[in-house]
Design a protein around this ligand. Structure first.
Ligand code: DGL
Length: 294
């Protein structure tokens, strides 16, 4: 048992998709979330710079909040810094890329899959590389054809709270065309901001295309790790061991105590904007956001 908080960070509001999934899945856990809105967006910055930010935030969450686990709830930061964070941090680190890829491969019937993300994530080749590694462990008959597309502009719409306007729809039609042309049957939302645009993306892609959110998959990975390392909070008891096929069943049937963990929110940008827009996006009242200055 370990009652210390889980530390989660993103460039802004995107990682709230992971917070939401964790609040639902492991409600007894204490969460400290840092949205680096003062330095957002990450997706257009050089990866080395994003790596420095990620290391700085990780150290800050460990030193100031004594977190027991770090969740890099940002695909761009995962692409830029996950390896280094895993090698240098004193607590376990979970990124969003690997859980997303596994779920995408599981979900696809035709093997024609797509990933969308920021310019930085897609250009890093992180998805292509991890998918190759995953496929080496599968039977040769399991062929996968991957199409990747960067979606510049999507993150900015989310950060403005514009999730379904005609403008974002028009942008989505243009950016998602290559995925439609390639007839993908599964599309991985490879940026934690994108699940907020899921309705627009689903409208454009068509109802037959399965959308996979790396946020939810990451929450399952966190839960597995808490159980495996025996570091889940004493406020909730999580029972059982999860396999990919039984995840959803176990998720709904585990025993959770009535006492919920609390969430602490930090922002390096405008804290009042973070509170109001964050409350709307998270669909949960954020009473207060603490200022972080670098
Ligand atoms: N949410 C972040 C991600 O998953 C990126 C947003 C940004 O460009 O800052 O990549």
């Amino acid at each position: 048992m370990d009652d210390r908080p889980i530390g989660i960070f993103d460039s802004g509001f995107g990682g709230l998709t992971v917070v939401r999934a964790l609040v639902d899945l492991v409600p007894g856990e204490e969460i400290v979330y840092l949205g680096d809105t003062g330095r957002y967006p990450y997706g257009t910055r050089p990866l080395n710079e994003v790596k420095e930010f990620a290391l700085e935030i990780a150290n800050y969450l460990i030193d100031s909040y004594d977190v027991k686990l770090l969740v890099v709830a940002c695909n761009t930061a995962s692409a830029a810094a996950l390896e280094e964070l895993e090698a240098t941090m004193t607590v376990p680190v979970i990124g969003v890329i690997e859980p997303g890829v596994r779920a995408m491969v599981r979900a696809s019937a035709s093997g024609r899959v797509g990933v969308i993300g920021t310019v930085g994530t897609i250009a890093s080749g992180a998805y292509q590389n991890f998918l190759l590694k995953e496929l080496v462990n599968r039977e040769p008959s399991h062929e996968i054809f991957l199409t990747c597309a960067a979606c510049p502009g999507f993150v900015e719409f989310v950060e403005r709270g514009d999730l379904e306007s005609e403008q974002v729809h028009i942008l989505a039609e243009r950016l998602l065309k290559p995925l439609i042309d390639e007839k993908v049957d599964t599309l991985l939302l490879g940026c934690t901001h994108y699940p907020f645009l899921a309705r627009t993306i689903a409208d454009v892609m068509g109802s037959e295309v399965v959308l996979v959110s790396s946020a939810e998959e990451t929450a399952f990975e966190v839960r597995d790790l808490l159980v495996r390392e025996k570091i889940n909070s004493g406020r909730s008891s999580i029972e059982g061991h999860f396999t990919s096929s039984s995840r959803s069943k176990v998720a709904s049937s585990s025993t959770l105590s009535a006492e919920n963990g609390t969430q602490t929110f930090l922002s390096s940008g405008d804290v009042e904007l973070f509170r109001t827009l964050g409350t709307r996006l998270l669909e949960m009242e954020i009473p207060r956001v603490f200022q972080v200055t670098w």
